[in-house]
Design a protein around this ligand. Sequence first.
Ligand code: ZN
Length: 194
Amino acid sequence: MPYPVVHILFFVFCVSAVAVYATFRSISQRQATFGSSLNLLLLLLVGSVCTLLPDVMIIYNLFVNGTIEYCWIGSIPTHSLLFSFSAIVLGTFAGYVVYQKVAKAIYLGLFGEVAFSTHLLLDDACGASCYYFYPVYSERISIFPFMNISFLETGVLNYLIISFVSVSFLCLLIMMALYSLHHFGFEFKYEFKG
Ligand SMILES: [Zn+2]
């Protein structure tokens, strides 16, 4: 599975690409301010911490038990959507402490959830399946092999449904990231150039 630095770089430069782009554009147009830079730093800090949360138990186990086990916190798998609530709570708490506004706190919680989920996807893409739907479904699942399925094996209808569902999961996360970033002032703009 990828090392922490890859998780952070993936989250910052791929999932948060719009924030990086908007910041560079703002700096190049000399519109960046100290406040706007702090805003970006907070987002990236919360996102970076949340994207590492699934592996956080390695710190505890390394110092307390002398092992490098990191996939469980008690009986709960850390690579699951259930444990991703910890990212929502952490992001929302940090957002409320900094902004003192419930709406902004919730958007930062949403951003934290996306950051956490990208960790699962990156692990998944590198061959490690995750307990996405624990405890509803307690087995490991891998999403990416579904994208490689052939309609000769499943039939055209199943192929279309599986393709749509698996890509929709990725699309949902990217849209959540864009939606959250939009509420913190980061966005691309559409200008019709006829
Ligand atoms: Zn992991």
